[in-house]
Design a protein around this ligand. Structure first.
Ligand code: NDP
Length: 312
């Protein structure tokens, strides 16, 4: 008998084919009557497949008394109540490491796009404005001092790329990492004051909510730039918008937002901002590897083997 699983959100055809081969799959997002689906099949469902955005809502958890595992597509698990899973003995897996390079590329890409004004330059050429004059001069990354908030798996890949691009790297986290060659700042405000760029790549959770505060952004200042590839919840978004509008903060490259997919209206018309729709890990290669990890974690669980990438 195939185990029954609940798939919370759409996934790639490759993942869904693997699920169909191994499980009886209930597709939650696609069900015309979701409450009816949970009432009819909830008691038999042993696994959940979800992603970092949808996670698992408390009412779904409550409707799955036989739940054994939540396999999430994404490294961030802030949308999953980890404490509740632990309390119920439900395993949780995520997809770390396989996405490090892609997210690091996005962070660096946002920096280049912002400082060299690549979106504006592209529009300038397309609109035929080059025929009437030159685009003008921009800033440059070489020699800049970059502070990384969260020198973890992805943060280290960003740091490595910054170094070969001739930038100086510092970092802030809760702990100094003795074997890393970068300068450690125990105080985020002090780091923001010293750097030209602040790149946020820490996890979203209760401890990091709003950690990039008005004070931090003000310390970064009118000549400073903020890049967020971590989570929208890390930053005081209203303060960030206000400072970008007033010139209190130089610029921002943003892949993540507080209330995705809704982006603050005021950002849309700003020239000192580059926006991306949470595309950090969204390459074909990386998303395939992430999908394979979700499939492998579920398979390991139902085979009685240890999870490949356990959170719980
Ligand atoms: P890691 O757990 O490897 O690294 C997280 C880092 O954040 C650690 O260095 C940790 O350092 C630091 N950190 C954790 N808590 C705090 C805190 N309270 N204050 C300061 N620093 C803290 O995670 P990953 O590098 O794998 O991923 C980081 C995050 O990136 C994910 O959780 C996710 O939210 C986001 N992400 C975004 C993507 C996108 O598409 N834009 C894609 C993938 C991930 P220390 O322990 O010393 O505090």
């Amino acid at each position: 008998m195939k185990p029954e699983i609940l798939q919370i959100c759409p996934m790639s055809p490759r993942i869904e084919a693997a699920f169909d081969a191994a499980y009886v799959v209930h597709r939650y997002w696609d069900a015309p009557d979701r409450a009816g689906l949970l009432a009819a099949h909830g008691p038999a469902i042993r696994g959940v497949a979800t992603d970092g955005h949808y996670g698992i809502a408390p009412e779904i958890m409550a409707a799955l008394p036989a739940l054994e595992i939540v396999a999430s597509y994404g490294v961030g698990y802030d949308a999953i109540d980890i404490a509740a899973c632990k309390a119920r003995g439900v395993h949780v897996s995520n997809t770390p490491d396989v996405l490090n390079d892609a997210v690091a590329e996005m962070a660096i890409g946002l920096m280049h796009a912002l400082v060299r004004r690549i979106p504006q330059a592209d529009a300038f050429v397309r609109e035929g404005k080059w025929l009437d004059g030159t685009f003008g001069l921009t800033g440059e990354l070489t020699g800049a001092h970059v502070g990384i908030l969260g020198l973890g798996r992805i943060g280290k890949e960003i740091a490595r790329r910054l170094q070969v691009s001739k930038m100086r790297v510092s970092y802030h986290g809760r702990h100094e990492q003795a074997f890393e060659p970068y300068v450690y700042y125990p105080d985020l405000v002090a780091m923001a004051r010293d750097v030209d760029w602040l790149v946020a790549i820490a996890p979203g959770n209760a401890a990091t909510r709003g950690i990039v505060s008005r004070e931090v952004l003000t310390a970064l200042g009118p000549r400073g730039n903020f890049v967020n590839v971590g989570r929208g919840s890390l930053v005081d978004e209203p303060a960030m918008v206000e400072l970008l509008v007033s010139g209190g903060l130089g610029g921002a490259g943003l892949d993540v937002f507080a209330d995705e997919p809704r982006v603050p209206e005021a950002l849309l018309g700003l020239p000192n901002v580059v926006l991306s729709p949470h595309q950090g890990s969204a390459t074909e290669k990386t998303r395939t590897a992430m999908g394979d990890l979700v499939v492998q974690n579920l398979a390991a669980h139902f085979a009685g083997d240890p999870l490949l990438t356990p959170v719980v």
